[in-house]
Design a protein around this ligand. Structure first.
Ligand code: NI
Ligand code: MN
Length: 228
């Protein structure tokens, strides 16, 4: 069964292993480019990279409907648990967890993480997901470029999802440097074209990836999926 990655728009992703449905940073109902609503998505696990609204907005709603587990840093997991979410898993940077679909490691990210109600949201992170007998996928999530991406890439990455929107995260040029450090087989852009301040041309970006790195760029439209 191939692994299926669907862009839900902005930084929201669905990863389907064939057995398990994972959601990353679900922000759907108030997302101007999302093609699905939170009531229509499946989720066994919901991974939240940091506390900003455009990453946690629909996580509790989806977890309560599906019974899925929210995986995030300790502070954000506790915040969801206090709101009545039954299944949460708190992690922290550098830590890994074995889950039914494989192993998840919480990686560093350079960003901020305040929760929508002003609560402290701990440190922002990314996720390195090693599917059992399947590919390894790195979600950098919201971050600046950092040199330790070289260490993260040393695990061998089949697919990296990188922000390219600029302003709040790294922009296209830094994502080229990130791709060189990570040296993934494939790279997918995220966190752009949701609102005018983070508008980017993904085809220009893809051409930069092709001419400067060994990775294959994969550009999706919201709602589109890719199997690998
Ligand atoms: Ni953010
Ligand atoms: Mn964001």
């Amino acid at each position: 069964m191939p692994t299926e990655l669907t862009w839900l728009g902005h930084a929201s992703w669905q990863l389907n292993t064939g057995k398990h449905a994972l959601l990353i940073d679900p922000f759907l109902d108030d997302n101007p480019v999302a093609t699905v609503k939170s009531k229509d998505v499946a989720a066994d696990f919901i991974l939240c990279s940091h506390g900003h609204f455009d990453h946690v907005a629909d996580a509790a709603k989806i977890a309560n409907r599906t019974g899925g587990t929210i995986v995030s840093n300790y502070e954000i997991s506790e915040w969801f648990a206090k709101q009545g979410v039954k299944n949460t898993l708190g992690m922290n940077l550098g830590g890994s967890a074995s889950l039914p679909f494989g192993r998840v490691k919480m990686t560093i990210a350079f960003h901020s993480s305040q929760l929508p109600d002003g609560s402290y949201g701990g440190n922002p992170g990314g996720f390195l997901i090693s599917l059992t007998k399947g590919p390894r996928i790195y979600f950098a999530c919201d971050t600046a470029l950092f040199g330790d991406m070289k260490l993260i890439g040393s695990a061998g990455i089949d697919l990296a999802v990188l922000p390219i929107g600029d302003l709040f995260t790294m922009g296209p040029k830094d994502s080229i440097e990130a791709t060189k450090l990570l040296s993934p087989s494939r790279v997918v852009p995220s966190h752009f074209n949701t609102w005018p301040p983070i508008a980017q041309d993904p085809q220009v970006w893809a051409e930069m990836i092709r001419s400067n790195t060994t990775a294959v760029p994969i550009v999706l439209k919201p709602g589109e999926k890719f199997s690998f």
